[in-house]
Design a protein around this ligand. Structure first.
Ligand code: GDP
Ligand code: MG
Length: 419
């Protein structure tokens, strides 16, 4: 998904204002990328609507390139969508795992028990799935493998009796985790049984276990289970699915926290929810995140706006030059706002030489007095010699820097749209 998004926004080009056409083309491409990542259709529509709304409002930030702006909007929207409060588990409570057959409920119960076990929180595992022959044995074996207590199995006992029997042990454990039966498809019998069980258990935590490979049929499952008082989502098999779009669908269609993610078959294969990590995974985007961070860090929006305004008025001092060098250095390459000013790209490139850290230039500038930086004309031969000595450079280096600075000022002075 990340790659597709990235190329979509990169094609937006370098103009300084986002046009409706830019946005439309980009949104079309993002739409395809989201579809390919298995995000549910209604979710895609809403998501793109929000991105478009924001992108159109973003014309004001002229100091950023459109592709940067859109990348940041997509990132922020994704993060906003998946943001959760930090994961917490109700104390002294029952936890109920529900979901379709094969979604990973039993495995999830093992992961939770394992997690509590490592935190020295006493836990009892209970199987409420007497229908599938091996289901109860599966949970018992799992529990014993991690050293967690499992409620004994009474052959022929119905689920409601088992549930009540389990509750008699509630005071001896901090958590009682209930594994339930699933069906291949959502049906009313299953929902009825779960509702009745919840009436008995009054579990404070009801987790919908969802297979991340579920694809577009997710809307159906969500529709059925959202009638049930869920408190959170557990997403399984994230290791088997590189299309993390299901996360966007779940978060968007069910207004619930995703609490835990299954990343393998073993009890220790899980991760608790971490929105930033998830967004990076969804956008699979080392680069995109980096770009966004660089852009945000390099200059705060306000400084950017102020600077740009000064530049447009033709005000540019050696102190401004230092600011610009710092910005260039942080962003790497010529992404600074100076580049948005016609003709500045080449000047800056020449200024930059091969040294992207501007070591020499910064040494020279910091050896000048504030007065000299404000008015470089007062730099006579003796002052230049002093600066050269202080910065470990030569008078020739200083003259070169001043010539380039003069060129920048000349270009700024000739700007057509001084405002
Ligand atoms: P249930 O029917 O909902 O109880 O599903 P199970 O817990 O029995 O899981 C069904 C299958 O999915 C089993 O083969 C599990 O080993 C496998 N499984 C469950 N969670 C994960 C996971 O996070 N990653 C992987 N790779 N397999 C999983
Ligand atoms: Mg099971």
């Amino acid at each position: 998904l990340g790659t597709a998004l990235r190329s979509a926004v990169q094609r937006m080009g370098m103009g300084s204002v986002i046009t409706q056409k830019d946005i439309e083309r980009t949104l079309r491409e993002i739409r395809v990328a989201l579809l390919e990542a298995d995000v549910a259709l209604p979710v895609i529509k809403a998501f793109l609507g929000r991105v478009q709304e924001q992108a159109l409002g973003k014309n004001i930030v002229r100091s950023l390139r459109p592709d940067q702006v859109i990348s940041k909007i997509v990132y922020d929207e994704t993060l906003a969508l998946v943001n959760n409060a930090p994961v917490q588990w109700a104390k002294n409570s029952c936890i109920l795992a529900v979901g379709l057959q094969g979604s990973g409920k039993t495995t999830l119960c093992g992961k939770l028990a394992f997690m509590f076990q490592t935190q020295k929180i006493s836990t009892l595992l209970v199987s409420l799935d007497p229908y599938r022959p091996a289901a109860q044995t599966q949970l018992t074996v799992l529990g014993h493998s991690i050293g967690v207590d499992v409620l004994s199995v009474v052959p022929g006992e119905d689920v409601y009796t088992t549930a009540k029997r389990a509750l008699t042990y509630k005071s001896s454990y901090e958590h009682v985790i209930f594994d339930t039966a699933g069906r291949l498809h959502v049906d009313t019998a299953l929902m009825q049984e779960l509702t009745e069980l919840q009436n008995i258990l009054r579990a404070k935590e009801v987790l919908l276990v969802c297979d991340s490979l579920i694809g577009q049929s997710i809307t159906e499952v969500i529709k059925a289970f959202s009638q049930f008082p869920l408190t959170g989502i557990a997403l399984s098999k994230l290791d088997a699915n590189h299309k993390a779009g299901v996360i966007l669908s779940l978060k968007s269609l069910l207004n619930l926290p995703i609490k835990i993610l299954g990343t393998g078959e073993k009890p220790q294969d899980f991760m608790l929810w971490d929105a930033k990590r998830i967004v990076n995974r969804i956008l699979d985007q080392g680069d995109l995140t980096e770009l966004v961070e660089k852009t945000t860090q390099a200059l705060s929006k306000e400084t950017q706006a102020q600077q740009l305004q000064r530049l447009r008025q033709g005000i540019f001092t050696l102190d401004d030059l230092i600011l610009q060098m710092n910005a260039l250095q942080k962003m790497g390459g010529l992404s600074s706002l100076l580049k948005l000013i016609p003709g500045m790209g080449t000047v800056l490139e020449s200024l930059q030489n091969k040294d992207t850290s501007f070591k020499k230039e910064k040494a020279i500038l910091s050896s000048m007095t504030p007065k000299e930086r404000k008015d470089p004309k007062i730099l006579d031969a003796s002052r230049k010699r002093r600066v050269a000595k202080g910065s470990g450079t030569t008078v020739q280096d200083i003259n070169q820097l001043l010539t380039r600075f003069g060129n920048i000022k000349k270009i700024l002075g000739n700007l057509p749209n001084k405002r």
